[in-house]
Ligand binder design. Structure first.
Ligand code: SF4
Length: 450
């Protein structure tokens, strides 16, 4: 029995929930090889930066951070870059950062132990091959969220939106077997987690060859102990009547959906190759709202896409109002090397100041709409799941089933517990609330357990 101290690993995660889940997989892969996870890079034996490539800004941040991490390194610390930026840049990353020893794409995490052994012998390792069979089924992720479990059900994407780097960094779409997903959900529930978030680039296009996303929602929703079931991100085109019915009928599925629209102009949507028109997107929203009247929708929107005119932008603003989004992630178009959008005529480029003005205007429209919707909820009672201490450390931060953020007084012992809360105030986006003794919610029925 060796007395050598167990090696330590620190992973810093950037980007989407899929990257959060991948970091949990990497911790799990290395834990199986005797590594201990640490919360700080200081003196860690291994530092991994799990990266995002969705916008240039995200990559510039990582390059800056890699420089900063030098001061946390010991003489024999191994630094690696993983994720979408690693996949996109590959060997170029080794040139950009001399202290980086590993560059590993999203399908290469199983090879981490060997690559780390090689690095200890002075080798600089690269793994950027796509592996269409890889779902890390035999790896036990080290979960990092005390309340919810991120469960990837699909990897890659078969759409080809012209601005998007994801198909180039995560490869073609492939779905896990339904039984494997359900088994993982059971394992997670046994640890006391009751909120499940199913992950995929276009998660509702899930299909394992026998089961579609409707089957998956029903199977996961039927697991005893699953109290809240969420999924992200769906694509409007993959909302079949079966999937919509499953969302509406499975008690655990929450009354919130994050449905990326990207633009409200059919002309721009065509240039983005989103494969739906403005009318088709709004018709999808109308169908969802007919079947689920209390559904809360949030979205993603890009402004300043090449060729976007003032009229196109006005169509985006009016679509936001017509869809009744309660919030939106809004971005200026960021050209990504290797994506078709970068090959659009230069004269179509929207000047940065114009894109900036449109972004500010859109943020105001979304905020005003969100505020109006939230003010109307004051005085109502709803179920809140306490997620963590709020940043100020005084209050607790919790979420409703329809994705509202609520701050309530209390201590950390309440994390991962459900409470009826009356909404007493709002900043327009975040609520303050008070615990109520009366367990009957005034807005939503309590879901049946399992
Ligand atoms: S659906 Fe489009 S935007 Fe979403 S990951 Fe796939 S290519 Fe990218």
């Amino acid at each position: 029995m060796s007395n050598a101290p167990r090696p330590t690993v620190y992973i810093e995660t950037y980007g989407c929930q899929m990257n959060v889940a991948d970091s949990e997989l990497m911790y799990g892969t290395l834990a199986a090889q005797g590594y201990d996870a640490v919360e700080s890079p200081d003196g860690a034996d291994v530092i991994l930066v799990n990266t995002c490539a969705i916008r240039d800004h995200a990559e510039q941040r990582v390059i800056g951070r890699l420089g900063e991490l030098r001061r946390h390194m010991k003489a024999d610390t191994i630094v690696g870059v993983t994720g979408c930026m690693a996949q996109r840049l590959g060997p170029r990353l080794l040139e950009k950062a001399r202290h980086v020893s590993l560059v590993v794409g999203p399908d290469g995490y199983r090879a981490l132990p060997q690559l780390l052994d090689g690095a200890r012998n002075g080798e600089r390792g690269i793994f950027t091959t796509f592996d269409l069979e890889e779902h890390y089924e035999d790896v036990t992720p080290r979960r990092t969220d005390p309340v919810k479990a991120w469960i990837p059900v699909q990897r890659g994407c078969d759409y080809r939106c012209t601005y998007c780097i994801v198909p180039h960094t995560r490869g073609p779409e492939r779905s896990r077997k339904l039984d494997d997903v359900v088994r993982e959900v059971r394992q997670v529930v046994e640890t006391g987690t009751t909120e499940i978030v199913l992950l995929g680039q276009t998660v509702n296009s899930y299909n394992d060859g026998t089961h579609d996303f409707a089957d998956l929602l029903r199977a996961v929703g039927a697991v005893d102990g699953v109290r809240r079931l969420r999924y992200t991100s769906p694509h409007p085109n993959d909302f079949t009547p079966r999937v919509i019915a499953a969302h509406a009928e499975v008690g655990a599925v929450c009354e919130h959906m994050h449905l990326p629209m990207q633009s409200g102009s059919t002309r721009v949507l065509k240039r983005m190759l989103r494969r739906y028109t403005r009318e088709e997107f709004l018709a999808c929203v109308a169908t969802l709202r007919t079947v689920m009247p209390s559904l809360v929708l949030t979205t993603d929107i890009i402004v300043g896409f090449p060729g976007e005119t003032d009229e196109d932008f006005e169509e985006t603003v009016s679509a936001v109002v017509e869809a009744g989004f309660s919030d939106a992630f809004t971005f200026k178009f960021s050209p990504r090397e290797g994506t078709p959008a970068t090959r659009l005529p230069a004269e179509d480029t929207v000047p940065d100041d114009v894109a900036g003005e449109r972004l500010q205007r859109l943020i105001q429209v979304v905020r005003a709409q969100s505020r109006e919707q939230n003010l109307a909820l004051l005085g109502t009672r709803t179920e809140v799941l306490i997620e963590r201490l709020a940043r100020d450390g005084e209050l607790l931060m919790g979420r409703t089933r329809d994705w509202k953020t609520v701050l309530v007084p209390g201590d950390a012992s309440l994390v991962n517990t459900y409470h009826m809360v009356e909404l007493t105030g709002t900043t327009g986006s975040t609520f303050t609330g008070a615990f109520v003794k009366d367990e009957r919610a005034s807005r939503q029925p309590l879901p049946m357990a399992g």
